[in-house]
Design a protein. Structure first.
Ligand code: CAP
Ligand code: MG
Length: 403
């Protein structure tokens, strides 16, 4: 059977946009037929069990423009509220088929009924703003560095230094969970005691994103531990924990901020010819319900084209089936010098985290915080950093070492 129907106009279907580079000897249309079959009801040959009733459920290739192909999938192919199943269909076997040299899932349009079968963020961008009380400027944070090796007592001391110097947000690194040198419970209790202390000393609610990444049952135990100790935020490495792990935690309705780190995404998203776009991943993450998501910086150390990062960030903040908005997180190789360009490109509704760009400050962590804050203040007031640095020593020191 053929899956091609160029006269078809999708209504309530889930629509995928693919970029297809067919295998040698095949046309884009031929490869698209293989993709539409394998991702819906087909296999490599006709089977006698495929009845007319089943054939009605076939995916439809309704647009081919060069290498860009759009395929509509009837909703009945999907189990509502089951992101792993949806991904197994539209982003599953097809990437490994010999019929394609390269295949990229560029975008997914989720129809209303499927979108509504997910919970979306319990705590969204606006809630994060309310919790922190920060308006009109980015939320400024850090990743404790070195990423592994610090012990809980050292982190507690560092937490006090950076929060008391004015930082809003700190987070564990993606690979810091619960190791012999740094047990989760000890770390969380200590850092949350600091956030409490800051609340009483400065009347500010500062956030600590505790990395709960682990097998699902253990993630829940850790999330509950954070909540029981008055924490407001958990971090999950959503790609390594997987859609099921993320959904499991979100669906507990714990009322916690979910900071979504995307370590490993680049194995899937980076090759512009093959894999899944970060935009598609961001859509799935918003449907399931993260509060904030790493999306890239354009100007920092991690790869991510400007137009793409801008498109992802604007999707996260756009109207999307009345789901709460998601806060983009810019992280990776950032330092004060990069802040004006970062804000110009991505706007001020953002969490910015600085690892090396804080802890590497020659004056120490407190100076690192002040330099970051000064850079953000200058950028928001549209004062050139070099000008602002004349009266702000920590910024001047930072600009001296990081260009
Ligand atoms: C940043 C970071 C993040 C990356 C990941 C790191 O630290 O904590 O994991 O930003 O990339 O370890 O590199 P630095 P992305 O500030 O020291 O670079 O946010 O693009 O997913
Ligand atoms: Mg990291």
């Amino acid at each position: 059977m053929s899956y091609l129907d160029l006269s078809y106009r999708p209504k309530n279907d889930l629509v995928c946009e693919f970029c297809i580079e067919p295998a040698k000897g095949l046309s884009v249309k031929d490869a698209a037929e293989h993709i539409a079959g394998e991702s819906s009801i087909g296999t490599w040959t006709e089977v006698s069990t495929s009845t007319p009733r089943i054939q009605k459920m076939a995916a439809k290739i309704f647009s081919i423009k060069g290498n860009h192909v759009r395929i509509a999938y009837p909703q009945e192919l999907f189990e509502p509220g089951n992101m792993p199943q949806i991904m197994s269909s539209i982003a599953g076997n097809i990437f490994g088929m010999k019929a394609v040299e390269n295949l990229r899932l560029e975008d997914i349009q989720f129809p209303k009924d499927i979108a509504k079968s997910f919970k979306g963020p319990e705590v969204g961008l606006d809630d994060l703003r309310k919790i922190t009380g920060i308006k009109g400027r980015p939320i400024l944070g850090t990743i404790y560095k070195p990423k592994l090796g610090l012990d809980p007592k050292e982190m507690e001391e560092l937490a006090y230094k950076v929060y008391s110097a004015g930082l809003d947000y700190t987070k564990d690194d993606e690979n810091l969970t619960s190791m012999s040198f740094n047990k989760f419970e000890d770390r969380v209790q200590r850092i949350l005691s600091v956030t409490d202390r800051i609340k009483s000393e400065q009347a500010r609610t500062v956030v600590y994103a505790a990395n709960i990444t682990a097998p699902a049952q253990e993630m829940l135990r850790r999330a509950q531990f954070v909540k029981d100790h008055g924490g407001k935020c958990i971090m999950i490495d959503i790609m390594t924990a997987g859609w099921s792990g993320l959904q499991y935690i979100r669906e507990q309705n714990l009322g916690l901020i979910i900071h979504a780190h995307r370590a490993m995404h680049a194995a899937i998203t980076r090759n512009p010819k093959h894999g899944i776009s970060m935009l598609s991943i961001a859509k799935a993450a918003r449907l399931i319900g993260v509060t904030a998501l790493h999306t890239g910086t354009v100007v920092g150390k991690m790869e991510g084209p400007k137009e793409e990062v801008m498109a992802i960030d604007s999707f996260l903040k756009s109207d999307f089936y009345r789901l709460k908005k998601v806060m983009p997180i810019a992280s990776g190789g950032l330092h004060p010098h990069l802040v004006p360009d970062l804000l110009k490109i991505l706007g001020t509704d953002i969490v910015i985290t600085f690892g090396g760009g804080l802890w590497g400050h020659p004056g120490g962590p407190e100076s690192g915080v002040r330099a970051i804050r000064q850079a953000a203040d200058a950028a928001i007031q549209k004062i050139p950093l070099a000008e602002y640095a004349k009266t702000h020593k920590e910024l001047a020191e930072a600009l001296n070492i990081w260009k």
